[in-house]
Ligand binder design. Sequence first.
Ligand SMILES: Cc1ncc(COP(=O)(O)O)c(C=O)c1O
Length: 382
Amino acid sequence: MSKHLIQFVRDYFGTNEFIPLQAPIFPGREKEYVMDTIESTFVSSVGAYVDRFEKDVASYTGSPRAIATVNGTAALHVALRLAGVKAGDLVITQPLTFVATCNAVAYCGAEPVFVDVDRDTLGLSPAAMEQWLVENAQLDAEGVCRTKLDGKAIRACVPMHTFGHPADLDGLCQVSRRWNIHLVEDAAESLGSFYKGQHTGTFGSLGTLSFNGNKIMTTGGGGMILAGEALADRAKHLTTTAKKPHTYEYIHDEVGYNYRMPNLNAALGCAQLEQLEQFIAAKRVLASSYCDFFHGSDLQFFTEPEHCRSNYWLNAVICENKVQRDALLKSTNDKGVMTRPIWALMNHLSMYQNCRRGNLANSEWLEARVVNLPSSVLLGSD
Ligand SMILES: Cc1ncc(COP(=O)(O)O)c(C=O)c1O
């Protein structure tokens, strides 16, 4: 299988050189817009491209507002603060995610609670979340969801749309509403992915995106907070050192953050966003080719969940077991075709190993089996 896969990937990308997992491309107006910021001298955190990028992302995602940040981790940190997450609180999330999801929780002084994912979405399972809450939580007299054990507030839940595939958002909206918990979507990987026609990251109180160099489109480094009007105003304030608008006075009314995206990066973002649908079309052609390639084999190619349009940011296969997974990783990487295992579960990392958790059978099963395959956009394939 590995030998055939390596040949398939080489033929698809038309090269005998090293093939990365996901490389950015800049075939549009990137240079023009970036040069424009240099010529204008507005390269830093104020400038026309930041405003334009925020408007363009809001319009593309259908979010009432979008606030640009220096990266996706910073976006999630601020989104959690705006959802009211404070020191000593708990935040439900999935163990199968990139570490930034949990780090943002930790930056608030809160602790993640790990709840299992569903195998058909790779995202937080509403049934597992409901079960953990029934066993461990109750609503207090003010309607705050608290643990039965020690009365800690469970302030938010953070599903993550793994590799661009939307989690079960109907289910998650219902469970979080029933338990009075803020839904904050980590949509870092799912720009361009829709659940029942609605963009991921727009279902809860807040959602966040990442434009890191490895994402479906990039600003070099960058992120975005998706929110309604009131929370977006607060997000803008908190990410710009909490400075009160004034022509010349420096008045800051709380401890804010220097998390604003520079204009230089936003310029790159505006140019990339113009091509996003084209990038997604190319990703979907590649995914469909992988799907045909793996048809009838003992490796299961992961396809978009029902009622969703996934951006197929990173393609993934599920191996039969860890031995097969390890053999696939070794043979492909030895031959210059980059593949990667899914992340180690967050509860296996030293700083999160003592966090509360439910039964994580699906996450553990996937951790031993999932491999990501080369997924770069190849224009002309769509
Ligand atoms: C699931 C997830 N959350 C958060 C982040 C953080 O984004 P950034 O690297 O822009 O800080 C990333 C990606 O890097 C991610 O994949």
